[in-house]
Write a protein that binds this ligand. Structure first.
Ligand code: CA
Length: 234
């Protein structure tokens, strides 16, 4: 079964170019140009990836991301025009998985699409076979990861995590007690090596610790193993 991609872009020429190139690579593509139609399509078809333009008639890309993130974890690759660059951080905070600024080359676009799909595939494989549903709720005393709601609770309070922080925590938690190298974490959680490289992992671990560990007198949940990587101890 080819992977299904929903392209949401109101510029007809770009919509057709993206669709054409994705189809050429063997993906099953549905392309729409209106925000409301897009939301319905995303809900009905549950695509493997959504390519989402930011400025759209109807609902804009932020709205769509916000609504979809409450319902699902379908990866979103957001597209914006250069003058909307200020929105990058906001887009990622809202729950987009990746972000591209127009104009971009088709080569770069295809690389991002593949990287995102690959990351999702690896995450799924990581958490068991596609048929075998992985454990939906992981509990570590007062820390609970609810994978159905994409929520992390600490002493029953929801901890606001960015999508990547959530993915990182889930990856480490699913391998509790095992040392995971930075490069493996990067590959499995980020899906590709980008500027910043393994330092990005360190930064995200630091953010996770600051959100999950208010009491500094307690041992850390995410242990740094010198020269090796990180280990989640629950
Ligand atoms: Ca647009």
């Amino acid at each position: 079964m080819p992977e299904r991609i929903l392209v949401i872009e109101d510029e007809q020429a770009l919509r057709e170019t993206l669709s054409y190139n994705l189809e050429k690579e063997g993906y099953a593509v549905q392309a729409v140009g209106d925000g409301h139609v897009a939301l319905e399509a995303a809900r009905a078809k549950k695509p493997d990836l959504i390519v989402l333009d930011l400025m759209l008639p109807g609902l804009d890309g932020f709205e769509i991301t916000r609504i979809l993130r409450r319902e699902s974890n379908i990866p979103i690759l957001m597209l914006t025009a250069r003058d909307e660059e200020i929105d990058r951080v906001l887009g990622l905070e809202m729950g987009a998985d990746d972000y591209m600024t127009k104009p971009f080359s088709m080569r770069e676009f295809m690389a991002r699409v593949k990287a995102t799909l690959r990351r999702v595939r690896l995450m799924r494989e990581e958490s068991g076979s596609l048929e075998d549903e992985p454990k939906k709720v992981l509990e570590f005393e007062d820390l609970v990861i609810d994978t159905t709601r994409h929520e992390v609770l600490l002493s029953e309070d929801v901890i606001p995590l960015k999508p990547r922080e959530y993915d990182l925590l889930l990856f480490l938690a699913r391998h509790k007690g095992q040392v995971m190298s930075r490069s493996l974490i990067l590959e499995r959680v980020w899906g590709w090596d980008f500027d910043g490289g393994t330092r990005t992992v360190d930064v995200h671990v630091r953010w996770l610790r600051s959100k999950l560990e208010e009491d500094a007198s307690k041992p850390t949940r995410i242990v740094t193993v010198r020269g090796a990587g990180y280990r989640f101890d629950g």
